[in-house]
Design a protein around this ligand. Structure first.
Ligand SMILES: [Zn+2]
Length: 320
């Protein structure tokens, strides 16, 4: 836990049961004592959270509101330990994930299994997707008190504005303070690892979002703002945000070029490519590795470097 350059913001680091490791949540002293993000729903995270709060003179009951950057369990699960009356704000796309809406989860499963079948994942490997439900045991069941959207100033936290940054999650926002040029960044920009733009069903309409393309746009969007620091969801703060954004965009382009070179040999399905890129990890992390692969293919298609054809219900990608 450390008090950051800005004395009004305290970072609290909590353990998660996920491969990403610890998550950072932030206590911000505005007109309302605000928590930005919560940890995962584990007793261990809750006990540590209370201990760390106590050291700086607070209890969970002192927290007056919570703002969430996105719906992932390591950022919202702990909300279940807080009183139900505590106001929670976030993008409206958090809603079905936060209330764990059965119909939405079914839609998500169906969407992924149809998409993955089209992308060449066989039925044996589709079974690996059971993991999605498991993840949500670490999440919460909450209703949003009010939705946040682009340009909103957070009530009780004046000076902080919402910037929508879809990509890593459709629900993702960051908070920006134009006076101090600070960003509460969630998982949008991390110092040590590149954020994974995850496949999700469309929140509106029928067309699948292309999270890698959205993510790149959301990164470029931040280049328009002067940034002194990004307080990140995992790991240390980022002080050279613009430089890191350029680096992330370049690295992504290089990864896409690597995928393009695989297609020199022959036309392939996304799943073929996924197994070439992640020969062992794909079995453990099918969702993450397929999201990464599809991200590169969407990027190459958008750059008019590849095309695809559906044959017998399976999509084959080839170079243009
Ligand atoms: Zn996340």
């Amino acid at each position: 836990m450390n008090v950051l350059k800005n004395q009004l913001i305290t970072a609290i680091t909590l353990p998660t049961p996920f491969p990403v490791g610890d998550v950072n949540v932030y206590l911000v002293k505005g007109e309302a004592l605000t928590l930005v993000d919560a940890g995962p729903k584990t007793e261990q995270a809750w006990e540590l959270f209370k201990q760390k709060l106590k050291k700086i003179g607070y209890t969970p009951n002192d927290i007056e509101q919570v703002v969430i950057t996105h719906h992932h369990p390591d950022h919202v699960g702990l909300l279940d330990f807080f009183p139900h009356e505590l106001p929670v704000y976030g993008h409206s796309y958090n809603r079905p994930w936060l209330i764990q809406e059965k119909a939405f989860f079914e839609k998500q499963k169906q969407f992924i299994s149809q998409l993955f079948t089209l992308l060449g994942v066989d039925s044996q490997h589709l079974k690996l997707l059971g993991e999605i439900d498991h993840l949500y045991t670490f999440s919460c069941q909450r209703v949003l008190s009010a939705p946040l959207k682009e340009g909103d100033e957070i009530c009780g936290l004046s000076g902080w504005n919402v910037i929508e940054t879809p990509g890593h999650a459709q629900s993702h926002i960051v908070l920006y303070n134009p006076k101090t040029c600070e960003v509460m960044g969630g998982d949008h920009l991390l110092k040590k690892i590149s954020s994974n733009p995850l496949l999700e069903p469309p929140m509106e309409g029928d067309e699948r979002p292309k999270p890698q393309l959205q993510y790149n746009e959301s990164l470029k969007k931040l280049l328009q703002f002067p940034i002194s620091v990004v307080y990140t969801g995992h790991g240390e703060p980022v002080y050279d945000a613009h430089k890191l954004i350029e680096h992330r965009l370049n690295r992504q382009h290089e990864r896409a070029m690597n995928v393009l070179s695989l297609l020199n040999e022959k036309a392939m399905t996304a799943f073929d490519i996924c197994r070439r890129l992640f020969p062992t990890a794909y079995e453990r992390e099918l969702m993450l590795t397929m999201s990464e692969t599809v991200g590169q293919l969407d990027y190459l298609e958008d750059s008019h470097l590849i095309t695809f054809q559906d044959e017998n219900g399976v999509r084959l990608y080839r170079r243009m």
